[in-house]
Write a protein that binds this ligand. Structure first.
Ligand SMILES: [Zn+2]
Length: 680
C-alpha cells in the first residue's frame, strides 16, 4: 500500500516536475555528501549535505529530490512518445491516435482561450436548473467517480461528496464490491477547516478569496456570498469527516445493503443518487467511513439548496480549470500551487499536458513507454532481485524469536503466495470504448474520467483479476496491494539511480532493494498484517504475537512523534506508522539480501567506504529531498509518509549501521540497543 509520494488533489498543479536531468553516475554520490558532519549525529545531512547545500528547489516545484528528478526524466521520455503520436499521419494504433489527440487538444491554448467557459456551460446550466432535492441527489450521484483508493494508493481526497473505490471485499476476496468514502472538501483535509493554527487560519482566508475569484471568472453574480455559502457548507462537511488517522482503520468500514442506505444515512434521495452514480444494481456497498457518510448525507438533506448549487458549480469549475482559459489555470494555481504548497511558479504547459494524458489514458501511454524504455533484461534482473528480497524476508521470519510457530506458518504462506509485478501488467487496458475527439480538451478529459469510472464499476460483475495493476508503468513509485497480496513496481522506478544493471550490489540493494523490501514489508505492517494470504481481512496472529508486534509499533510511533520540523508541528507517529514499519523492515530485508548476494565474502572498499557504509549511504541518498515549508506542513497533515529526512534516519534502528559508522552513545541519533525497533 502506498506511495512514496502523494499528489492526489493537486494533480497537474503541484505534483513533481521541472527541468534538471537525473545524474548519470550510478554508484555513490560522494560529492553530494557532507563529511564534516558525524554520521551518528545527522545521517541524512552526512549522506546528502553537499547536495542539500548545492540544490535550489526549482521555482515550479514544491519539493526537489530523486523522485522529482526521475519524474522529470520520465515525463521527457513520455513527451517524445506522445509528440510522435500527435504528429503521426498514420498512428500505429487507435490507442496511439487517442493519446496524440488528447495531448494535442490540451496543448491548443489558442482554441481553449477562444472557447472561454463555453465547454463547461451546459454543466453549469444543469446545476443552475436544480429545483428540488431529487434533482440535487441526481447531480451529486452523477458526479461520483473512481477517484479514491483506501488501501493501495491510500488516496482519501475527492472533491465529490463521496469517493468510489472498486475492489474485492474486505472479508470476501472472491467478489468485487464498490466502496464509498467521505469527500466533498475543496481543501486537502478536515484540519484545514478546523485547526486553530495561524497557518491554517490564513489558508482559510486565502481559500475564500480564491473561491470568490473563481466564481467571478466563471461569470456568476455575487461571488462573495456564494464563496461564503460554499465555505460554510464545506466546514460543516469537515466537522463530520474522519481524521486521516481514523481513515487508516480497516475495522471502521461496514457492509451496508444498498436498500438500507436511506435508513442508515438519511438525507438525500438515495435511489436517485445511486441511479445517477450507476450503483443501483449492486446489492451491497462497503461504506469505508460510516459516520462521515451518515453526516454528509444528513447535510445533503438539510443544508439550503442554494448552498449545494454553489458548491456543485464551484467544484465543476475547479475540476475543469486545467482545460479552461489561462485566467482559470492561474487562479487555481495561486491557491492550490502557491498557497497550499508554496510553489512560486506554474510549471510549463507541456508538463501538465503529459500528466493529464497519463491520467486519462494511463495504460495506453504506459504500453508505449514500456516498449521503448523497459528492456526485458532490466525486467528479468529486477524480478530476480525481488525474488532475493522475498527469500531473505522468509529467512527473517524463520529467525524471529518472538513469533510462535503457528503464526510463522501463516506468515510464510502469505509471503510465498505474494505476487510480485515488475515493470508493467500482464494485460493492457482496452480503450476502444473511450471517445477522444480532436480539439475537445475538456470533453475528452470528462469522458476519460467517466470511462474509467464505468470500467471500475464493470469489475463488480466480473471474476476477480489478481493480476490487476494500480499504478501505470510510467509512474515513479511502487505499491503494495493488500487485498490482492501483490506488489507493483512500475518500469519508471526500476531505473537509475534506484536500480542499474551495471551498478554495484551495495548501491542496488541500498536503494532499489530497500524499496522492494519496503513494499514486501507492507504485507506485514500494522495494516498489512491484518490481511491473510488470500487478501482477506482476518486475524491470523496468536494473541501474544500480536501484542509483541503492537508494542514494537508503539515504540516506532513514539520515535517519529519526537521529530519536530517546526516548533509548532511534529510528525504524527501514528499516521505514518505503517510506512515507518515498512521502512525499518524493508531496510533490514535489503541488508540481508545484500549480504546473501555477496555469498559470504566481504565487499570491496570503494572510494574509501566499506560495502556496509555504501549500502547505508545509498539508502539515505535515495531519500534525498528538499521541501518548501508549506509543502512540508501539507504533507505532515495529509500524508501517510514521514518527511524524507526522517526516513533516511531510520538507519538508527539497525545494529549494522552502528557498527559500520562507529556510532557513539553521545551522538544524536544513537539509540540504546533496547530502543532500536525490530519488528521483522
Ligand atoms: Zn509504503
Amino acid at each position: 500500500m502506498r506511495y512514496r509520494w502523494a499528489s492526489c488533489l493537486l494533480l497537474a498543479v503541484a505534483a513533481g516536475c521541472g527541468s534538471k536531468n537525473t545524474s548519470s553516475s550510478v554508484d555513490l554520490d560522494v560529492a553530494g555528501m557532507d563529511k564534516s558532519i558525524a554520521p551518528g549525529d545527522d545521517f541524512n545531512a552526512y549522506a546528502n549535505g553537499g547536495w542539500l547545500k548545492a540544490t535550489a528547489i526549482p521555482a515550479d516545484k514544491s519539493s526537489y529530490g530523486l523522485d522529482p528528478m526521475l519524474i522529470d526524466l520520465t515525463r521527457k521520455r513520455t513527451l517524445s512518445l506522445i509528440e510522435e503520436a500527435s504528429k503521426a499521419t498514420q498512428p500505429a494504433s487507435e490507442d496511439v491516435r487517442k493519446v496524440g489527440d488528447f495531448y494535442a487538444g490540451f496543448m491548443d491554448e489558442a482554441a481553449i482561450e477562444a472557447k472561454g467557459i463555453a465547454p463547461l456551460k451546459p454543466q453549469l446550466d444543469a446545476i443552475a436548473s436544480i429545483a428540488d432535492r431529487a434533482a440535487l441527489a441526481r447531480a451529486i450521484g452523477g458526479q461520483l467517480r473512481a477517484d479514491v483508493d483506501a488501501l493501495n494508493n491510500t488516496n482519501f481526497e475527492t472533491p465529490h461528496l463521496f469517493g468510489v473505490w472498486v475492489t474485492q471485499g474486505l472479508e470476501d476476496p472472491a467478489h468485487t464490491y464498490p466502496y464509498l468514502l467521505q469527500g466533498g472538501l475543496g481543501m486537502p483535509d478536515r484540519d484545514y477547516y478546523l485547526s486553530t493554527s495561524p497557518h491554517m487560519a490564513e489558508l482559510r482566508k486565502q481559500y475564500q478569496a480564491h473561491m470568490e475569484a473563481m466564481f467571478k471568472l466563471a461569470g456568476f453574480s455575487d461571488p462573495p456570498a456564494r464563496a461564503a455559502r460554499v465555505f460554510a457548507l464545506e466546514t460543516a462537511m469537515a466537522k463530520v469527516h474522519a481524521t486521516r488517522v481514523e481513515s487508516e482503520d480497516v475495522h471502521m468500514p461496514q457492509s451496508w445493503n444498498r436498500t438500507d442506505l436511506p435508513k442508515k444515512a438519511p438525507g438525500p434521495d438515495w435511489p436517485a443518487l445511486l441511479e445517477a452514480a450507476g450503483l443501483n444494481d449492486v446489492p451491497v456497498i462497503i461504506v469505508w467511513h460510516p459516520k462521515a457518510v451518515t453526516g454528509l448525507a444528513a447535510l445533503a438533506g438539510k443544508e439550503p439548496l442554494d448552498a449545494w448549487k454553489d458548491w456543485l458549480a464551484l467544484h465543476a469549475v475547479e475540476e475543469a480549470a486545467s482545460y479552461l482559459p489561462k485566467a482559470f489555470v492561474e487562479e487555481r494555481f495561486n491557491f492550490y500551487g502557491k498557497a497550499l504548497s508554496g510553489i512560486p511558479e506554474l510549471r510549463p504547459r507541456w508538463q501538465r499536458g503529459i500528466d493529464l494524458t497519463n491520467f486519462a489514458l494511463g495504460d495506453a501511454v504506459g504500453r508505449m513507454y514500456a516498449d521503448r524504455y523497459f528492456p526485458p533484461e532490466t525486467k528479468a534482473k529486477a524480478q530476480a532481485m525481488a525474488t532475493d528480497l522475498v527469500k531473505a524476508f522468509g529467512k527473517r521470519i524463520d529467525a524471529l524469536t518472538w513469533m510462535s510457530p503457528e503464526t510463522k506458518v501463516k506468515a510464510k504462506l502469505k509471503l510465498e503466495t505474494l505476487k510480485v509485478g515488475v515493470g508493467y501488467p500482464d494485460h493492457w487496458r482496452d480503450y476502444s470504448g473511450l471517445e477522444i475527439v480532436k480539439g475537445d480538451a475538456l470533453g475528452n478529459a470528462q469522458r476519460a474520467e467517466l470511462f474509467e469510472y464505468r470500467y471500475q464499476l464493470g469489475k463488480i460483475h466480473k471474476p476477480i483479476d489478481r493480476g490487476e495493476w494500480w499504478m501505470t508503468p510510467q509512474t515513479v513509485n511502487a505499491v503494495n496491494l493488500p487485498l490482492q497480496n501483490a506488489l507493483n513496481f512500475p518500469a519508471a522506478i526500476v531505473q537509475p539511480p534506484y536500480f542499474d544493471v551495471n551498478a554495484d550490489a551495495a548501491h542496488n540493494y541500498g536503494s532499489m532493494g530497500a524499496i522492494i523490501g519496503h513494499e514486501i514489508s507492507h504485507s506485514f505492517d500494522d495494516q498489512g498484517s491484518q490481511f491473510d494470504a488470500e487478501g482477506r481481512m482476518a486475524n491470523w496472529w496468536t494473541k501474544a504475537d500480536f501484542e509483541h508486534f503492537k508494542a514494537a509499533g508503539e515504540a516506532l510511533a513514539a520515535q517519529f512523534d519526537a521529530y519536530r520540523p517546526f516548533p509548532d508541528l511534529a510528525v504524527n507517529g501514528q499516521q505514518t506508522l505503517s510506512e515507518n514499519i515498512a521502512d525499518v523492515a524493508g531496510l533490514n530485508d535489503a541488508y540481508d539480501a545484500y549480504r546473501l548476494s555477496l555469498g559470504g565474502k566481504p565487499d570491496a572498499v570503494k572510494e574509501g567506504f566499506t560495502g556496509d557504509q555504501r549500502f547505508f549511504i545509498c539508502f539515505a541518498q535515495s531519500w534525498r529531498a528538499k521541501l518548501r515549508d508549506a509543502e512540508l506542513r501539507r504533507r505532515i497533515a495529509t500524508d501517510g509518509h514521514a518527511p524524507e529526512q526522517y526516513r533516511a534516519d531510520t538507519v538508527r534502528n539497525l545494529d549494522q549501521w552502528y557498527a559500520a559508522f562507529s556510532v557513539e552513545p553521545s551522538q544524536k541519533l544513537f539509540l540504546p540497543p533496547n530502543k532500536r525497533v525490530r519488528v521483522w
